[in-house]
Every structure is written in structure tokens, then in C-alpha cells.
Write a protein that binds this ligand. Structure first.
Ligand SMILES: [Cu+2]
Length: 144
């Protein structure tokens, strides 16, 4: 009678131990790849630029050290704005009218980069701010 109880409790303890080990193992294998994934593919900082006679806004600020996605939307059919060129990044893209076109730029050092139409009549400027300068902006202080 007593021996039966000891066997039953030992069996139960073994089942609980295996179950606990499985949960810990599953938790680990799910947790680590997810962290790794967010580190290799950080989400870009997104800015929208509307084109109608000129770039709106014509000056776009982003933070250094983070990839950037600029979404151009050409709200006109004037052929002048058909292409946007980023000479510093070696990018030249056709912008179909009334469509969103994403321009992905790598994480960069602080600095300024012009963008323009093919004939250089429309001009815009991408300003990459130092991260601490960006943090000190009034909007960020209010948000924190
Ligand atoms: Cu032009």
C-alpha cells in the first residue's frame, strides 16, 4: 500500500518535471529567434511626401542610424515630377501618378541629401539629424 503510493507520487513528479522542461525549452526557442529578428530588421522611420507642383514637405527630417522609408505620392500628371532622383544614394525612380511609391534608404550618418526631379526643377532635402538633437525637440519632450 505505502509502496504503491510512493510509486504513484514518483511517476507524477516525473511527468511534471518533463512537462516543465518542455515548456522552458519551447519558451526559449520561440523567444530567441524573435529577438534576433527584430535586431536584424529594424522597422524604418516612415515619412510621406506629396508632389503637387513641388515636394510637400520640401524638407524632411529623420534620425541618424535608422533605416528610412520615404513614401512619394504624385498628385499630378505633369511630366516634370515623373522621376525622383537621390544622387547621393544612386537612386532614380519612376513615380506613377496617384500611386504610393516607397523609397527605402539605409541607416545613415547625420547629414543632408538632396532629391530632385530628373530636370532638377523640383528640389527637396532629406535632413538626417543626430539622434540626441532629435530627442531634444519639443515634441519628443512632451511625448515622454
Ligand atoms: Cu522636373
Amino acid at each position: 500500500m505505502t509502496a504503491d503510493w510512493i510509486v504513484a507520487i514518483a511517476a507524477l513528479a516525473a511527468v511534471i518535471t518533463v512537462w516543465a522542461l518542455l515548456i522552458v525549452h519551447r519558451g526559449r526557442s520561440e523567444f530567441y529567434p524573435r529577438r534576433h529578428h527584430t535586431r536584424t530588421a529594424p522597422s524604418p522611420q516612415v515619412r510621406q511626401i506629396r508632389i503637387s507642383g513641388s515636394y510637400h514637405p520640401s524638407e524632411v527630417h529623420v534620425s541618424a542610424g535608422q533605416p528610412t522609408r520615404l513614401i512619394f505620392r504624385r498628385e499630378e500628371t505633369a511630366p516634370c515630377s515623373e522621376r525622383v532622383v537621390f544622387p547621393d544614394f544612386g537612386i532614380s525612380l519612376t513615380l506613377p501618378a496617384y500611386e504610393d511609391v516607397a523609397v527605402d534608404l539605409p541607416a545613415s550618418e547625420p547629414g543632408e541629401h538632396e532629391f530632385m526631379c530628373e530636370m532638377e526643377m523640383l528640389r527637396g532635402r532629406l535632413v538626417i539629424d543626430r539622434v540626441d538633437a532629435h530627442r531634444a525637440s519639443p515634441r519628443e519632450v512632451v511625448a515622454s
